[in-house]
Each structure stands twice: as C-alpha cells, then as structure tokens.
Design a protein around this ligand. Structure first.
Ligand code: PAF
Length: 290
C-alpha cells in the first residue's frame, strides 16, 4: 500500500495506475477504523481495480469543538488494517492540503430540507462540512465508485445529493451497517465508551427493533413516544427518534402501510452521541430480553 500526504502525489500515482486499470473505488474515512470500514474496502476491491482510502478528521464537519478534540486517533492500527486488507493507496492529508484557503466554508451546497432535519437540526453546519470535504476528496481521487456506510443514513442521502449537485459521474455504493453481537452498530465513537456504556449502547438497536416489530399503518406518534421513553428509562438522552420515508427522509407521522420507512435515532450516553437506523419492513422479528 502506498501512503501519500499530498493531493498532487495522489493524482500522479492514480494517473500511473490508470494506464492499465479502469475502475477506482474510493473509501473516505476519518480513521479509527473498524470492521465496518474494512467491509467498504472489501466491497471496493470486489468491484474496482484500484482501491483508495482516505483518513482525514475533517474539522469543518464538527459543530462541537470538544467532539473534534476527542475524536479517536488510531493511525498505526488503521494503516495495519488497510494494508492487510489490500487497500492500494492511503491518502492522509493535513488540513492545509484539503483546505488551502483555510477552513472557513466558502461554498454553500444546496441540500434543501436535508440540511435542517434530524442530524442537520442538532448539528448545524455539519453537512456543509461533509460536502466540503467529500467534494474536495472526490476532485482529488476522481473515482468511478464511492463507498459509504448505511449507519450514517442521512449522510448517505446528503452525499447522493452532492453527487447530483456537482455532476459527479460516480456510482454511490451504500453498504449495510455492521454490528457487534449485542446489536451495537460499529462506529469509531464506540472507542469512547466504557464497558458498561457499551452494553447500555446496545439498547439503541433494541429500540429500533421494537419499532420495526410494532409498526403498523396509522398514526406513528405514539410509537415514537414509546421508543423515546424506552431509551430514557435506559439512561439515554435522546436527541431524536424519528420515522421517515426511506428514499427521501421526509418524516412521517401517519403511515399508509406501503411506503418503505426508516427509523433513525440519535442519543447520548454520557457525553458520547451515537446514531443508528433501521429499515422498517413491518415484519415480525424476535426480540429477546426486552
Ligand atoms: O463518515 C465519515 O467518516 C465522514 O463524515 C466522511 C464521509 C469521511 C467525511 O469526512
């Protein structure tokens, strides 16, 4: 695996590889890699001839300075994992390489309502920062395929919109969320949880399973309230529990029983904010120990 720090080197390295290879998969990350990230690398290797991954903790997407300071850094292990899993190029830029004109956002991306709902409401500016960095990384890596995880459901929608807005001819591949045995969604933020909090965090998935099991056509207000109360009894501080149309994220209070829905949760355990989601297919699932 070739490790590069500068955009110009990435561009020239890719140019050489593209003399004989035609497809490039790009996996953008902020490091602290786990099996979820590695599954994206694996998917890219399955589909593409070149796989490039980036590690960049993007300051412009953190609306909370403390969150940025506490973001886990595990670079040595990340490099080991990527090398082991056959990543071809790892791009680890510094802030000035991504933002040569400084981190004050210069361009506004028209994300419409996606910007002000759910994560957008609780993390103002977050998705503008995500678009800023992803746009720059795509300009540098110019991939044929972009791989991201379903765990950040709204981010997937935002990036889909970004590709349309900027006319990127890139295939977006969204991979399913990987979970621990307990159901806890794999996330870099889990590194900030202690053992007891990790056990507690699994309740988020249980809450989503309850929603999936209990949903039926008609009003969804009571169900959402019930799920929120369940999380509060498990010592979470929920930011939101919402149900939305799966393909556009428009929130719904009344369900016709047909439209595909997604349930989304954001909640704090101590000072760690976790998000998760599940597609609601109105099929009975077995929930143990509730
Ligand atoms: O999901 C992430 O890790 C980040 O938001 C991303 C897409 C790498 C942009 O910084």
């Amino acid at each position: 695996m070739i490790i590069l720090k500068y955009a110009a080197d990435v561009i020239s390295q890719l140019k050489k590889l593209r003399l004989t290879k035609s497809s490039t998969g790009f996996v953008p990350t902020m490091g602290a890699l786990h099996k979820g990230h590695i599954s994206l690398v694996e998917k890219s290797k399955e589909i593409c001839e070149i796989t490039i991954c980036s590690i960049f903790i993007n300051p412009t997407q953190f609306n909370n300075a403390d969150d940025l300071k506490k973001y886990p850094v595990t670079l040595e292990n990340d490099i080991y994992l990527l090398e082991k899993n056959g990543c071809d190029i790892l791009f680890i830029p510094g802030v000035s390489e991504i933002y040569p004109e400084g981190t004050t956002l210069k361009k506004h991306f028209d994300l419409g309502y996606l910007q002000s709902i759910l994560e957008g409401k609780f993390r103002p500016g977050h998705f503008q920062g995500v678009c800023q960095v992803v746009c720059r990384l795509l300009q540098i890596t110019n991939p044929t395929h972009l791989f991201i995880g379903q765990k950040d459901y709204q981010q997937c929608m935002v990036i889909k919109r970004l590709l349309e807005l900027e006319n990127f001819n890139i295939e977006l591949i969204i991979s399913p969320t990987l979970r621990k045995k307990s159901g806890l969604a794999m996330s870099s933020r889990n590194l900030r949880l202690n053992k007891q909090q990790k056990e507690q965090a699994a309740e988020i998935y249980k809450t989503l399973l309850i929603l999936q099991q209990k949903i039926k056509p008609g009003s969804l207000q009571y169900l959402k309230k019930e799920a929120e109360e369940y999380l509060i009894t498990k010592n979470f501080k929920p930011d939101y529990i919402e149900i939305a149309e799966a393909d556009n994220l428009k929130t719904v209070n009344q369900w016709n029983g047909l439209t595909e829905l997604v349930a989304l949760v954001a909640a704090f355990i101590g000072d760690v904010r976790l998000i998760d989601n599940i597609l609601l297919k109105n099929q009975p699932v077995s929930i143990r120990n509730l």
